[in-house]
Design a protein around this ligand. Sequence first.
Ligand SMILES: [Zn+2]
Length: 437
Amino acid sequence: MKKLFKKLFLLNLLLLIFIGCSKDDLLTENESIPEIDSVFETLKAWGFSDHEIEDMGTYYLVDKDIVFYKNKKYHKPENSNTKQREHPNSVTINSIQVFINPGMNQAWRNASVDAINRWNNASSGLLLNITTTTANAHIEIMYDSQDPALTLAANVFGMGEFPATNGLPGTRIWINPDFNACSGAITQNMRISNVQHELGHNLGLTHTNQTFGSLIPGTPSTDAQSVMNGGQACTINNFSTGDFSAVAFLFPPLTPTGSSLVCNTSTAVYTIENSNIPLTWTTSSNLQILSSSNNSITVKPVNSSFNGSGFVQANSPTQNIRKDVWIGKAVVDYIEFGNGIGETDYFCSSHYGNTYDIFPRLSGTTHQIRLRRWPSLSIVYSPSTNYSGNSGTLNYTPSPGWYVFGIRRTNPCGTSEWFETEVEFVDCSNNEGGGEF
Ligand SMILES: [Zn+2]
């Protein structure tokens, strides 16, 4: 049997959503467990108990809503907790064409569009495009009655198809327009949420509340609000927080890679990996585009003496992905002073521990400080130390009076000019509560 497993590869399986009324509404229990075969053994290895596996002739019905065909082969599972799960077959493209069968009525066509929009608004690296031709469609949404090979039972709202081993999504979603098994009327939100659920199957999500599939890291251990819960066709309602995490795990958000620092006369390349989404690129006005392709851009500063912030941005049909960069040398816009007493606009000549904070906050910089006496401007303190970070403590106390405090910063592009600001040293020893002298 083990040898056999090794030779086999995964095939699709179909997954049914039944309504979650009561178990008795579903299929009758089959008391007799069938002969042991490889599919049955795999199901047992997944942790399903005998009473959860019903022999339906050509297939096993497991956990009331998953079909395992006896003539297909399935991989073994890895775990058995309850949380968002992924099918062993991953979708490896992230720009996917969806055909909405025009023979469906307006309500179902609109529901399909809205479900697609919910997926596109999930802030993942996935783009679902609506296509008007089946020729280039990866997924088709249709009524079961539009597929001569299939009829959904009256208590089945819809059915999806898991991804194939070729990295493409499941090809069809079947909708049952005659489904009317919820306690009240079928609402438009039910239609949208159920198409959304079936899209999840076609894109590689299994049921959150069932045991089939691999656990997705970073999702909650239980999730009653998951749109991917099985058997809840009448109550599922849009993505949960855990669902968003699961979608982002399967389709990581697009992120431009490349340096966050561009020196004045240098070029920099930014790339978005592993994406077939059509992208256009823009930049802040202080960067010019030297060349670009769909997934990459090369830029350089417009002005070789400019120091400051900028950005590069990849624009997809549904979102703009921006990366902030620093151009040129580090600058000092302003400094805030502290003296351990509470006031922030003067230093204390009576104690160490006067502090300063440099703005803007920049990573990867060092700085030097110096102090000049007012009004002679002679240097009274000028340590050679390169301090790291955006703040520091001044361990030097001159006599009270006015001084000029200077800072210059260094980053890999070079060292800035001195930035200077006036500061008064005050004898704080008799005024620990702070205040002006
Ligand atoms: Zn389902």
